[in-house]
Design a protein around this ligand. Structure first.
Ligand code: GLN
Length: 488
């Protein structure tokens, strides 16, 4: 299949404009995407579940509203793929874990309600690393997702299904969740745009918790403008999420064409030189920085010394929170239950059979880090590193408007290449984790290809709530990017 055959390479904004004006029917749009999914998802496995009938019904209802003179919203008729860790009322939500098999949430996540209110059409639930723990989608209990650019490679993770769905033309938009890089890293490996909002900008109500102080939902799209539209549709205060920011969201689409003249852009030295960053990735980053300079930005190197400790701090904080969040899967309240003579044995067997190896590893790491006697040495210390990272970012942002780094150390790697060694897998997130620890927004924009012809992503980071500025810079990076390698 060549790029020209990607079934519906149209933009989300283009689809919405056509559906709103009645020149295209939402039913046709959905049907085209369902056809694309049917043709190739057997190979890619982006979806755990395709909600075809529900999507068709939603599209029909939208077309009726348009015919009746109504405007169904800014994303009218646009197919969206949802990571399978976001609750959908009555529709299985598995987190790609056996332990949730068969569970149907009794409610919709806030983002799902917001998508419907914007006129978007959910076409299915996408594959992920179990409970969003991983960087390749190989930790899914239902088998891996493959990269549409090269099916022998991983799509990244943990939101690999969502990234692959957008790259393969199964949906112009998708939602993922990002705890340590799970939107940005797969976006980079699949050659699409992926964005993690400021912590609290998008409601986490109905997002199955992994590490609550880090988790954020965000958009995938094939362009910065489409990602901006999706971000605007899902952001905003939600009284059902106590960590939701109680202020109106600053619009990001309006300023996309404002350019970067006069902006100060910092290349983060430590993240450009971090362990395992490949030369072709750094080369693309430098080209992106040169392009911004050419467009009138002032580019310089900047040091964020504590950023390199982010990975170590994250692998204490995230497992600690996960060990607590995942205590609820006890065979009583959700999904799987393996019966046994006593309640204790029932818990034991349910969790033994229901969780995969990586989830068990994190629960053990986190329980250990939180245990009496080790709490201060591990968890407490990690929290102090988190504060240092925040301070170092603050110092850097005193001199710079936005920061740049690679998104991921390499292009997409082969399936199986890192599964035997969790540490090399963890290293994938060295550049993305610092923004999660700081609660800052960050996004990955495709910028040409690596030596192997696979996509490379450039990461744009910004201070809390500076999404408008970040999107502006992302649009400038996109405008300067060499032609993206096309999916195979
Ligand atoms: N890859 C990281 C991890 O395994 C990040 C995951 C995420 O952002 N959900 O924890």
């Amino acid at each position: 299949m060549s790029a020209a055959d990607v079934p519906y390479a149209g933009t989300a904004l283009g689809i919405a404009a056509a559906v709103r004006s009645g020149t295209r029917s939402a039913v046709d749009v959905v049907e085209e995407h369902l056809t694309a999914i049917a043709a190739r998802d057997g190979e890619i496995h982006a979806f755990n579940l395709v909600t075809a009938d529900q999507a068709r019904r939603a599209a029909l209802a939208l077309d009726r509203r348009v015919a009746a003179g109504e405007d169904p919203g800014p994303l009218a008729g646009v197919p969206v793929a949802l990571k399978d860790n976001m609750c959908t009322s009555g529709v299985p939500t598995t987190c790609s874990s056996r332990i949730l098999e068969g569970w149907r949430p009794p409610y919709d996540a806030t983002v799902v309600e917001k998508l419907a209110a914007a006129g978007a059409v959910v076409v299915g639930k996408t594959n992920l690393d179990e409970f969003a723990m991983g960087s390749s989608t190989e930790n899914s209990a239902f088998g891996p997702t493959r990269n549409p650019h090269d099916a022998s490679r991983v799509p990244g993770g943990s939101s690999g299904g969502s990234a692959a769905a957008v790259a393969a033309g199964f949906a112009p938009l998708a939602l993922g969740s990002d705890t340590g890089g799970s939107i940005r890293q797969p976006a980079a490996l699949c050659g699409v745009v992926g964005m993690k909002p400021t912590y609290g900008a998008v409601s986490r109500y109905g997002l199955v918790a992994f590490a609550s102080s880090l988790d954020q939902i965000g958009p995938f799209a094939r362009s910065v403008a489409d990602a901006a539209a999706l971000y605007e549709a899902i952001a905003g205060h939600d009284p059902r999420d106590t960590t939701s920011i109680p202020e109106p969201v600053a619009p990001v689409s309006a300023g996309l064409a404002d350019g970067v003249a006069g902006l100060r852009v910092g290349l983060v030295t430590e993240l450009c030189e971090a362990e395992g960053i490949e030369a072709d990735v750094t080369a693309r980053l430098r080209e992106a920085a040169d392009a911004l300079e050419h467009a009138g930005a002032k580019v310089d190197e900047v040091s964020v010394p504590a950023a390199v400790y982010g990975l170590s701090a994250y692998y204490l904080i995230a497992p600690a929170e996960a060990s607590s969040n995942l205590a609820r899967y006890d065979g009583v309240r959700y999904g799987l239950r393996v019966d046994a003579p006593t309640t204790g044995e029932m818990y034991d067997r349910t969790r033994t059979e229901g969780f995969g190896a990586e989830v068990k590893r994190r629960i053990m790491l986190g329980t250990y880090a939180l245990s009496a006697g080790y709490y201060d040495a591990f968890y407490g210390k990690a929290l102090r590193v988190r504060t240092l990272i925040l301070r170092d970012f603050e110092a850097a942002y005193a001199g710079f408007d936005v920061l740049l780094s690679p998104t991921a150390p390499s292009t997409a790697f082969a399936l199986g290449a890192k599964t035997a060694d969790p540490l090399t897998m963890y290293l994938n997130d060295v550049c993305t984790i610092p923004s999660n620890l700081a609660g800052h927004p960050a996004m990955s924009v495709p910028f040409g290809g690596g030596d192997d012809g696979l996509p490379v992503g450039v990461q744009v980071m910004a201070p809390a709530l500076a999404e408008p500025l970040m999107f502006r810079v992302a649009a400038a990076v996109e405008a300067a990017a060499p032609a993206a390698p096309a999916p195979a």
